[in-house]
Design a protein around this ligand. Structure first.
Ligand SMILES: C[S@@+](CC[C@H](N)C(=O)[O-])C[C@H]1O[C@@H](n2cnc3c(N)ncnc32)[C@H](O)[C@@H]1O
Length: 214
């Protein structure tokens, strides 16, 4: 099994000209747009497999009312969680709730709805296609109608991005940003335009597998 040091993985974000840094900047812009359109208070955000939450951090730092943002982060690596929590608090965020654990478990999502913004960044590339669809079904259960999911997925062959878009559509979402189709990584956003649904019944929603065969 491939092992990755997920704390060290984030260091590439610090190289200004790297592809990873460019990807980060695009995610931050998209998240900022999603925050900007929120009228209510608080703005409830959940980041699944949050890592160091750098994508959310860069948006919160530029958002006009960071104190209104309440974030819940689910992340397996306690070092990343410590980094994320400290950085978000330093940025003046209204609240941070942290769950160090396996984000693939349904129980973490009980009572979490309704979310204004759900971040699934750096997740789908590590899930089987079946688990991607199950995660999209979960998204429908926890995002408020009108709320936004921001997600990423590499376009390595076989490119699963069109299939992901079609799953979002079949689960009540409408695409609002698909980015440049020539980019090696899709950074996209969908809005829940259908009705919400209850949480899925099964406790295991997804299994995060590094190097999963798509
Ligand atoms: C590709 S990184 C993405 C981090 C961040 N969302 C980003 O885009 O910069 C994946 C993250 O998922 C975390 N992770 C791996 N398996 C997990 C699991 N089962 N539950 C929660 N987090 C997990 C890793 O520790 C890592 O920080």
């Amino acid at each position: 099994m491939v092992q990755i040091d997920w704390y060290a993985w984030h260091r590439l974000y610090d190289r200004p000209k790297s592809k990873r840094a460019a990807r980060l900047s695009q995610m931050q812009d998209l998240i900022l747009r999603a925050l900007d359109e929120q009228q209510g208070t608080p703005v409830n955000v959940l980041s699944v497999c949050a890592g160091q939450a750098r994508e959310l951090l860069g948006a919160v730092e530029r958002f006009s009312r960071p104190q209104d943002v309440h974030a819940h982060l689910i992340e397996l690596d306690p070092r990343n969680m410590e980094y994320a929590e400290r950085a978000l608090r330093d940025a003046g965020i209204g609240g941070v709730r942290t769950t160090v654990g396996d984000a693939g478990l349904r129980s973490h999502y009980e009572g979490i709805a309704p979310l204004d913004v759900l971040l699934l960044c750096g997740v789908f590339g590590n899930l089987t296609p079946q688990d991607i669809e199950r995660t999209i079904a979960l998204a429908r259960a926890i995002v408020r109608p009108g709320g936004i999911v921001i997600w990423t997925r590499h376009r390595n062959e076989p490119d699963c991005v069109p299939q992901i878009e079609s799953w979002f559509a079949s689960h009540g979402f409408t695409g609002i940003h698909s980015g440049d189709r020539a980019d090696p990584v899709a950074i996209a956003a969908h809005r829940l335009t259908g009705d919400g649904v209850p949480l899925p019944a099964e406790e295991r929603v997804f299994t995060f597998i590094v190097g999963v065969a798509a």
